[in-house]
Design a protein around this ligand. Structure first.
Ligand code: NCD
Length: 317
């Protein structure tokens, strides 16, 4: 757990420890006296948030998590424009400077797949003890969002084994679905139904990984069939920032959006998750539907990231 780059690196037991710590933190948030105890855990650690792509939840939940644990947080949330990147500075130089400034951790969101790994290479080359967390690298991965997703399933469904999940939308570019699929391969008897238009299918390398780990999956274009079968439905938006500017998404949106009638197809206890933001693929009226759980899901973001930061710095909660 030196760096958090991709979800394949988490073992089943590490995930379980993280979720147990998250449970404890969730309880502590209800106990006023716990705040002071939490604040001591990462006291004076220097945590840098470098975000080259837009973010609301990830950046704010990381900032809140780090501050509640007593860390000093420094951030540039529009690094592509307001950091020296705008003047042509390489990511490697920026990371080297921050590490030299004694950053204990750098939480990095970047438009290029592999950016977090490049940051790790800088730390290794110059023997910096700074830890890197991947907060989304282009169309690569977003391992901390999928920790929130898994924790939500564990909490709402009550288990992470023996269930069927429909994962749908722009699977080619949706990094949260990539990280989630890798995580799910560690659990027993999880069946995955990938729902996407033909040009937006799950990456072949991830499908191979699932085969190697004996995960049963299928690919379909029929969201209706998937909704009838799934215990959990996980939906994402069309990742327009990775599509040509003149891409006409109207028909796709019609085919892949979810409305109230679709929710009636869900099994009795099934529910809908979404990493957010929603960009028209889920009708507004669904927000208050009893099976729509994406606001509950988002509410776990701070606690999950607090547990992760503590684990990374070997701090017991
Ligand atoms: C996701 C992301 O950035 O990949 N957002 C998030 O962190 N919750 C999903 C998305 O942007 O579609």
């Amino acid at each position: 757990m030196t760096h958090i780059i991709q979800s394949q690196d988490f073992s089943h037991s590490t995930l379980e420890q993280l979720f147990e710590s998250t449970d404890r933190i969730e309880k502590m948030h209800k106990d006023e006296g716990a705040e002071e105890r939490l604040e001591k855990l990462l006291k004076r650690k220097r945590i840098y948030l470098m975000f080259y792509q837009p973010s609301t939840r990830t950046i704010l939940t990381f900032e809140t998590a780090a501050k509640l644990l007593g860390a000093h947080v420094f951030k540039t949330d529009n690094a592509g424009f307001f950091s020296s990147a705008a003047k042509g500075e390489t990511l490697e130089h920026t990371i080297r400077i921050l590490c030299g400034n004694k950053a204990d951790a750098i939480i990095l969101r970047h438009q290029d797949e592999g950016a977090a790994l490049r940051a790790v290479r800088v730390c290794e080359k110059y023997q910096f003890s700074t830890r890197i967390i991947n907060a989304g690298d282009g169309t690569g991965q977003h391992p901390t969002q999928s920790l929130v997703d898994l924790y939500s399933i564990r909490k709402i469904l009550g288990r992470l084994d023996n269930f069927t999940i429909a994962i749908g939308g722009d699977l080619a570019h949706g990094r949260t679905t990539h990280s989630l699929a890798y995580h799910l391969s560690k659990y027993t008897n999880v069946k995955i139904i990938f729902v996407s238009p033909p040009n937006f299918r799950m990456k072949s390398g991830i499908l191979e990984h699932l085969q190697e780990h004996n995960v049963i999956y299928k690919e379909t274009e029929s969201k209706e069939d998937a909704f009838r079968e799934a215990d959990v439905v996980y939906w994402i938006r069309l990742q327009k920032e990775h599509l040509p500017k003149d891409f006409n998404s109207e028909q796709l949106m019609r085919e892949y959006s979810i409305n109230e009638a679709h929710m009636d197809l869900f099994k009795e206890k099934a529910f809908l998750l979404h990493p957010l933001p929603i960009d028209g693929e889920i009708d507004k009226e669904i927000d208050d539907h009893p099976k729509a759980k994406y606001f509950e899901q988002a509410s776990y973001g701070i606690s999950v990231r607090m547990a992760l930061l503590c684990k990374m710095f070997n701090v017991e909660i």
